[in-house]
Design a protein around this ligand. Sequence first.
Ligand code: SUD
Length: 159
Amino acid sequence: MKIRTGFGYDVHQLREGLPFWLGGIQVPHTHGALGHSDADVLIHVICDALLGAANLRDIGFHFPDTDPQYKGIDSKRLLAEVVRLLRERGYSISNIDSTICLEQPKVNPHIPEMQRVLAEVMGVETDDISIKATTTEKLGFVGRNEGVAAYASVLISKS
Ligand SMILES: C[C@@](CO)(OP(=O)(O)O)[C@H](O)COP(=O)(O)OP(=O)(O)OC[C@H]1O[C@@H](n2ccc(N)nc2=O)[C@H](O)[C@@H]1O
């Protein structure tokens, strides 16, 4: 049995009037995330953690932000492809832990739905996906509501 860990980190700017996709759902807010795709920072860090665990480079390597086919793409499709890449190499996902760094809005009310949506995309149990949130006490770009950051760590295994 080979057990490997992976880690992901990503940031997106927040802009007024954009849709705020986070954890595979749209979160009601005055601002949304800016990006080439739907800019779902939580999905991106889970993708990077999974790719890193399997030593398959990173999300930008597989889905370049210069490629028109990814313009506005639903990041759940990127996640499904990353899971496919791991599965075809014999890896299974043990568990994921993540933290969203965001001053507002509160993420807690949306976490159960995010877990349900992401578990379905990845073919895992909701209990395998931990999602947490924190402010940065008004410090830095997150504290100034200029952006959203996220971190994820994963454990994958193959027999
Ligand atoms: C999801 C996508 C879909 O197109 O776009 P966004 O919606 O985030 O914009 C991309 O995969 C989002 O890739 P992401 O990796 O977050 O973007 P960037 O931070 O700009 O990095 C793009 C690529 O450049 C590489 N890179 C980045 C910084 C750096 N100093 N040197 C590098 O070689 C990274 O390894 C990555 O492969």
